[in-house]
Design a binder for this molecule. Structure first.
Ligand SMILES: [Zn+2]
Ligand SMILES: [Zn+2]
Length: 137
């Protein structure tokens, strides 16, 4: 288990049950989660309202513990910052997201760097598709 209490302390945030619950949830999740999903999963005693959820997500994003990204389905998704570099595929029909473990881009980054002289620092790739469930409908 990760030491989220230390992480919060290091970022000058008070250790609260709500913050810890969100971090633990995002840590267990293999994929980024949107606010609705987080709120549905989290213990309501630790995080009673949507407003407090938003507030905590913003605080954690501000200090860089988590990051938020706007996906093509128009929703914001949250994930822990220290997660391994990963790409995701999103279903165009139901919005489900799955992780793709391998990143094939490093060769391409090298080529791009040689060709343009740039130092490549990052890349963003989002794949779209139809998930197995939707294919069977
Ligand atoms: Zn689908
Ligand atoms: Zn990649």
């Amino acid at each position: 288990m990760k030491d989220f209490e230390k992480l919060l302390r290091d970022n000058n945030l008070k250790i609260t049950k709500g913050r810890l619950a969100i971090l633990e949830l995002l840590h267990q999740s293999k994929i980024p989660m949107n606010t609705e999903e987080i709120f549905a999963e989290v213990d309501k005693e630790e995080l009673p309202s949507f407003t407090s959820l938003y507030r905590i997500l913003n605080q954690l994003t501000d200090v860089g513990i988590i990051e938020k990204n706007l996906y093509q389905n128009g929703l914001l998704y949250y994930e822990l910052r220290d997660k391994k570099h990963k790409h995701y595929i999103i279903c165009e029909k139901c919005g489900k997201i799955s992780a793709i473990e391998n990143c094939p881009i490093s060769d391409f980054e090298k080529e791009a760097s040689i060709e343009t002289g740039y130092i490549v620092v990052d890349h963003v790739i989002e794949l779209k598709g139809i998930c197995p469930d939707c294919q069977n409908k």
